[in-house]
Design a protein around this ligand. Structure first.
Ligand code: CP
Ligand code: NVA
Length: 309
């Protein structure tokens, strides 16, 4: 059980550029061992608790499989079947849960909930998605970019669609890792710098026309128009976002070697055309797989620190 003050990953900027450099190398190392079927069990006897207040396929699977592959075990809790859904204070839940495990991952609504949990946790807490951020996904996405195209520093990412948890996290990553983000959202859905947790605006530019945002971009990326928790706005969003579908015309003005990413699940015919997500620029399956390797490296780092070899 951890006794020193735990390191959390609640938003992207909780780690430094230098720590991300280490993590990108570590992800490659862990992935190569996994691909070679070499057992690696640094988490023997360690337990991860995963708390889900929203649905998940990739995040649950990658954390659960990842922890088992590292020699530990993972326990799944959700709001429906635990006392969390019956009004037990977050602070009390954090005190109890963190006395029984080594690591906690939470997917919830407001960022404030995970911050209150972390403030009362004895063990590292990882953000598995909140309304504001999705840092584990961006860790995997940037690693995927590096694998395909080399360092992301100085490159341009075009974000098309909703200024949601994914967009906010891309913007934080751009400030930290020194790349640019071109954002195009429909009117009324623009980036809110404070909600995105930005300390400067030097790494992003907003565009009224999504085609202009894609011009020359090294990576074009998007996400659902209606995120979990915002379902009541779905009808209005479908109308407002209709011209923000990433399609072949947008990819045509991006850099010739541009990649397309989507955190998934995707809605073909809404935020992206089938032609793009299933086309030659798309690396969405590599991106999804890298959630596994990225999460393993992150859990190892938060729990065991920097390791050699
Ligand atoms: N991208 C992602 O987080 O997927 P899930 O919602 O399936 O976990
Ligand atoms: N923005 C989406 C991401 C899902 C992985 C949501 O929050 O629902």
């Amino acid at each position: 059980m951890t006794t020193r003050s735990p390191r959390h990953f609640l938003q992207f900027k909780d780690l430094s550029r230098e720590e991300f450099d280490y993590l990108f190398e570590r992800i490659s190392w862990i992935k190569a061992r996994f691909k070679a079927y070499e057992p690696y069990h640094p988490m023997f006897d360690r337990t991860l608790v995963m708390i889900f207040e929203k649905a998940s396929t990739r995040t649950r699977l990658s954390f659960e499989a990842g922890m088992q592959q590292l020699g530990g075990s993972a326990i799944y809790l959700n709001t429906r079947d635990s006392q969390l859904g019956r009004g037990e204070p977050v602070e009390d839940a954090a005190q109890v849960i963190s006395r029984m495990c080594d690591l906690v991952m939470i997917r919830t609504f407001e960022q404030e909930i995970i911050e209150r949990f972390a403030a009362n946790s004895r063990v590292p807490v990882i953000n598995g998605l909140t309304n504001e951020y999705h840092p584990c996904q961006i860790l995997a996405d940037i690693h995927t970019f590096i694998e395909h195209r080399g360092p992301i520093r100085g490159r341009t990412v075009a974000w098309i669609g909703d200024s949601n948890n994914m967009c906010n996290t891309w913007l934080q990553a751009a400030e930290l890792l020194d790349f640019n983000v071109h954002v195009s959202t429909p009117p009324g859905y623009e980036v809110e710098a404070e909600r995105a947790g930005l300390y400067g605006t030097g790494h992003f530019e907003q565009f009224a026309d999504p085609v202009d945002a894609c011009r020359g971009a090294d990576l074009v990326t998007t996400d659902v128009w209606t995120s979990m928790g915002f379902e009541a706005e779905n009808e209005a969003r479908m109308k407002a976002f209709a011209d923000w579908q990433v399609d072949a015309d947008m990819m045509a003005v991006a850099a010739p070697e541009a990649l397309f990413m989507h955190c998934l699940p995707a809605h073909r015919g809404e935020e992206v055309s089938g032609e793009v997500i299933d086309g030659p620029h798309s690396v969405v399956w590599d991106e999804a797989e890298n959630r596994l390797h990225a999460q393993k490296a992150l859990m190892e780092y938060l729990l065991l620190g920097r390791l050699q070899g």
